[in-house]
Ligand binder design. Structure first.
Ligand code: GUN
Ligand code: FE
Length: 448
């Protein structure tokens, strides 16, 4: 059995009282944290135990991102400076439609590689219409913790060839959920993923929700209330706003994760609270697509679950939780004052609150005895970071000054995925070459 002790300068736990331990060790047995204890010289020679001296590093929980599109990583930089519906119509739907298994595999690998290097250990992915099993295979090959599912589309006025028949969507999804819910020793769970109201029939949404009864602990993951034109068309179709419509057809509950939720009316905020549904906040995407500002401080005041996601590479154009943390804080300050969205609050959104949103906070999201070993070692000894740190400025160092270059090592479920800033899984030059090759071929298919 694996037995490991890691000594760290500081352990930022994200537990319920934000405990920070100084010069402590975590003991990891197999895939779990079994002890947090003060450093003692005898620990360095504990029998049958590997000792890692990271006494110049800071140990924190792995980051959780609750809205990702792995299938879009290949499209970074190909869809800039447009608003949502044009972005989907002119670029993203045609490109996703042009995926074959090889291009999708490469896109997923590129995304997982980038997320792991940046310290994300759990993700919720939206998937794509075709070849979804490839994404599951790559998630499993990497060993990352994930909820994922086939993106479901049975209406598409923006790009009509990118959709499938309702019954097909439902039956393919059911088969995928049977195969992949609990896959890879429970590292992967199913996240049902109807794309958004504009691309889903009422039957598709309702039957997807009822299908979830066969898959306890699965999630319902969709986009909502992102863009004013989107909302206008939803009103034309259903005579309601997104959240009101979702509530009306009974798909909202505490296992529903809604990306964006930028433009909610008062009744919709009330419905989010009543149904205990979860907001995945994607500030970079919201700014880049000119979608708007979600009133996150208000949601937090109402005790609505909020967590963070980078969304897809072509609307960001990074998959970097440090960027999302920084923006989640900074964009609110001009509206709500400098104290709002302080560094501790935002650090929690990216860790324990993400785990709570996905109902896996009994397993990950904080460093506590009994939890799974999803851990990061950060190197905060850089001349570009604050030079004098106390407990509070430790959060500020990570949230305001941090970037992914401070991620030294990444462990998921007791296994190293990144060491000394390098991926244990992927050759960066091979990934890049494969990406270029697959993208060239995909662009030819998309034009042809
Ligand atoms: N709404 C429907 N599809 C998408 C997507 O791929 N990205 C974003 N940001 N919003 C969407
Ligand atoms: Fe999205």
């Amino acid at each position: 059995m694996k037995n490991l002790i890691i000594r760290a300068k500081e352990i930022v736990t994200a537990d319920s009282v934000n405990t920070i331990y100084k010069d402590h060790c975590v003991r990891i047995q197999e895939n779990k944290i079994t002890d947090i204890l003060p450093f003692n010289i005898s620990l360095t020679t504990a029998p049958n135990t590997e000792f890692i001296d990271a006494s110049d590093k800071t140990l924190i929980p792995g980051f959780v991102q609750t809205h990702i599109h792995l299938c879009q990583t290949l499209f970074r930089g190909l869809a800039d400076d447009v608003q949502l519906l044009d972005w989907l119509q002119l670029y993203i739907f045609p490109y996703e439609n042009a995926h074959d298994k090889n291009s999708l595999r490469t896109s997923a690998r590129l995304g997982i590689n980038e997320l792991l290097l940046g310290g994300t250990t759990t993700l919720l992915d939206m998937g794509t219409l075709n070849h979804q099993e490839v994404i599951f295979e790559e998630l499993a090959n990497s060993g990352i913790r994930a909820f994922a599912g086939k993106c479901m589309i049975d209406i598409n006025t923006l790009f009509p060839s990118f959709k499938a028949d309702t019954q097909n969507e439902l039956s393919t999804t059911y088969e995928l959920a049977k195969e992949f819910h609990g896959y890879n020793n429970g590292m992967i769970h199913y996240g049902f993923a109807p794309r958004f109201v504009l691309s889903c029939s009422e039957k598709l949404l309702k039957e997807t929700k009822s299908m979830m009864q066969d898959f306890p602990k699965s999630l319902f993951h969709t986009h909502s209330s992102e863009n004013k034109d989107e909302i206008r068309v939803v009103r034309e179709m259903h005579n309601k706003d997104n959240i009101e419509y979702f509530d009306h057809i009974n798909v909202l509950d505490d296992h529903t994760v809604l990306a964006h939720c930028i433009h909610l009316n008062e009744n919709e905020i009330r419905l989010m609270k009543k149904n205990n549904s979860r907001v995945s906040h994607c500030p970079s995407s919201n700014l880049k697509l000119a979608s708007g500002y979600a009133n996150i401080p208000r949601y937090l005041k109402e005790n609505i679950s909020v967590s963070l996601g980078a969304d897809g590479a072509p609307c960001n154009n990074q998959l970097n939780i440090f960027t999302e943390m920084r923006l989640a804080s900074l964009i609110q300050k001009p509206f709500h004052g400098p104290e709002i969205m302080d560094a501790i609050t935002v650090f929690r959104l990216a860790t324990i609150d993400g785990a709570k949103a996905l109902h896996i906070d009994d397993q990950v999201g904080s460093i506590e005895v009994g939890k799974k070993a999803d851990l990061l070692l950060l190197d905060l000894n850089k001349p570009t970071l604050p030079l004098n740190r106390n407990d509070i400025s430790l959060y500020s160092t990570i949230v305001y000054s941090g970037d992914k270059t401070i991620v030294d090592s990444v462990m998921v479920n007791g296994e190293w995925k990144v060491r000394n800033g390098n991926s244990v899984l992927y050759s960066q030059s091979e990934l890049q070459a494969q990406g270029k090759e697959e993208l060239d071929k995909l662009l030819k298919r998309a034009v042809g």
